[in-house]
Design a protein around this ligand. Sequence first.
Ligand SMILES: NC(=O)c1ccc[n+]([C@@H]2O[C@H](COP(=O)([O-])OP(=O)(O)OC[C@H]3O[C@@H](n4cnc5c(N)ncnc54)[C@H](OP(=O)(O)O)[C@@H]3O)[C@@H](O)[C@H]2O)c1
Length: 303
Amino acid sequence: MRVIIAGGSGFIGRKLIVELLQTRHEVIVLSRRPENVHKIFPAARAEFWDAKTSSVLVNILDGVDAVINLIGESIAAKRWSFMQKQKILSSRIDSTRAIVNAIEQTHHRPSVLLNASAVGYYAHVPEDEVTEEYPKGSGFLSDVCEQWEMEAQKAQELGVRVVLLRTGIVLDKNEGALHKLLLPFRMFFGGYLGNGRQWFPWIHVQDEVNAILYALDHELINGPVNLAAPQPIRMIEFCNALGSVLHRPSWLPVPEFALRLMLGEMAEPLLFQGQKIIPQKLLEAGFKFRYPDLENALQDILR
Ligand SMILES: NC(=O)c1ccc[n+]([C@@H]2O[C@H](COP(=O)([O-])OP(=O)(O)OC[C@H]3O[C@@H](n4cnc5c(N)ncnc54)[C@H](OP(=O)(O)O)[C@@H]3O)[C@@H](O)[C@H]2O)c1
């Protein structure tokens, strides 16, 4: 298969490229810095793309079998100023819109578009089980996800299968949320955030990649798909398991007011409003999680 990965230079994309190359797919990575991609993955083709102009994409896209779009300004890297929110939104909307426009203009269209999204789409109702049918929430993150998904869905009208990758918190040692939590735990200052009762919809990075590849190969999967481990846990359980795997105490909760002060508006949706996500579509489609259990996942990641 010839596969394009937009945003392939990022955390999830790099892991995905490794798997795709190992399974002998032809990989084309779109990046604002293709020279860096080429250095890491000489076996992949790296093309410059500004993440917003569709005209340059038409030729690259022609004859490609699948497009995976992972582009997006980081949600958690900086405080949500007005400008930062614009960046978070426009990096997602502009890139997705341009990809769909380019698909429309190609002679040989890809059969599938796998587009990133997030569990931040959903409404926050603390004890409900959240499958793909659950309604949208309110607030900035949820609105971003809705608009992002609407742009991707337009490819369906062009005869392309569209999969919306509603991803939870991806766990890995060197990047993402777990990476940020490791230092305080290792320094004996670990503890849960807020009251600890909020859900923590995690997924091992290997399962994230495997699930994307599964959705790529299984033609019956389409629309929104939850990517989170099938055993939902709360923040407090997550921190206890992390402490236990690291042989460190999880004893120093970080109070809500301190996090709100430190992080501003993003603290609410990112830290205090986790959903009890159920990956119903993946389970029904027969996907087997390699790490359904948190303790095993952490053992593997931190080994
Ligand atoms: N990681 C998670 O836990 C998680 C959870 C839920 C959803 N997601 C979503 O899944 C996707 C991939 O996640 P990730 O963690 O792999 O992302 P990432 O590493 O933060 O970024 C992915 C790529 O997006 C491009 N990018 C970043 N900022 C941009 C901007 N302002 N304008 C244009 N392009 C920009 C970059 O590509 P170049 O620099 O090469 O151009 C980057 O490599 C994202 O859309 C993210 O929102 C991730």
